[in-house]
Design a protein around this ligand. Structure first.
Ligand SMILES: [Zn+2]
Length: 293
């Protein structure tokens, strides 16, 4: 009987100690939580930061090709053009279309090597000459012609593979020097006027042909509708496998600044060409997002 009582007292004491520990822990934890709770209950703090995020900015940030460095330009372009959707605002600002062609010159970054960009915003120095090799006469329509060795190597591979399928490809215009481009452009300006000449001919220093990485294939005659020939179609389906992209696609004239040129291909390597082929973007968009710093 005495032992039983002792045991009962021991249990009561243990329970009492445990309850005291529990009770003080709860009080301690509650005290610690208090300052945070007060902050959360503060009606200004959190609500204010939510209200401060512009829904337009949120929409822009959610776009695939959003670039932090262009944020203020996106916002002002969007304010000036409220009917344009955010995806399109990103495309236009990334490719500098918030500035008129030839009004915002940047020197092409020569360190970009095979991925160098030349367009109506990026220009080459007049004395710029790339590494060049003379092309075999069987790949050109006439005269001595030159290309960048890497681009040429892949062009030959492409032309040879195409010929196995009964497709005959040849170059009508690969590398062009600054001076060749200058006389070509000036002739077009004389015959068509500058405004029209600018839609199909690059000003000297702004031509991709000066890089040695671009090539016009078979024709440069718009009326030939090269895109509908079996050669033109073969190129559209296969060029990317050899690292070439259609540089001035249809419906992208407003980005590239050039009419659809189904004959003009640019070497960028197979990895970049595959991405561009898959995502159907221009090189100008690719460059802005992946290469330009
Ligand atoms: Zn061309």
């Amino acid at each position: 009987m005495k032992r039983k009582r002792k045991k009962l007292i021991l249990i009561i004491v243990i329970l009492l100690v445990l309850s005291i520990i529990c009770f003080s822990s709860v009080i301690y934890l509650n005290k610690r939580k208090e300052p945070n709770d007060n902050m959360n209950n503060n009606p200004t703090k959190d609500n204010e930061s939510i209200d401060n995020i512009d829904p337009l900015e949120v929409a822009l940030r959610n776009e695939t090709y959003f670039l932090e460095r262009n944020l203020s330009r996106y916002l002002s372009y969007a304010k000036e053009n409220p009917d344009i959707e955010t995806k399109e605002i990103i495309t236009r600002v990334n490719t500098n279309l918030d500035y008129a062609f030839y009004t915002h010159d940047i020197d092409s970054n020569l360190d970009d090597d095979l991925l160098i960009i030349v367009n109506k915003y990026h220009k080459l120095p007049s004395d710029y000459e790339p590494e060049l090799v003379e092309m075999d006469s069987k790949y050109v329509n006439w005269g001595k012609r030159y290309m960048h060795p890497t681009a040429y190597e892949h062009l030959v591979e492409m032309i040879e593979d195409a010929s196995k399928e009964g497709i005959r490809l040849f170059s009508v215009s690969p590398y062009r020097s600054y001076n060749t481009q200058k006389s070509l452009y000036n002739n077009y300006v004389a015959s068509h006027g500058q405004e029209e000449a600018d839609t199909f001919s690059a000003r000297p220093g702004y031509s991709e042909h000066q890089t040695g990485l671009a090539v016009d294939l078979n024709t440069t005659d718009e009326n030939a509708h090269f895109e509908n020939t079996k050669e033109g179609k073969w190129l559209q389906e296969n060029a990317y496998k050899y690292g070439f992209i259609l540089r001035y696609p249809q419906d992208k004239e407003y980005i590239t600044g050039y009419i659809f040129e189904p004959w003009h291909y640019r070497y960028v390597g197979t990895e970049v060409a595959s991405y561009i082929n898959e995502h159907q973007i221009t090189y100008d968009e690719y460059y802005a997002f992946f290469i330009e710093k």
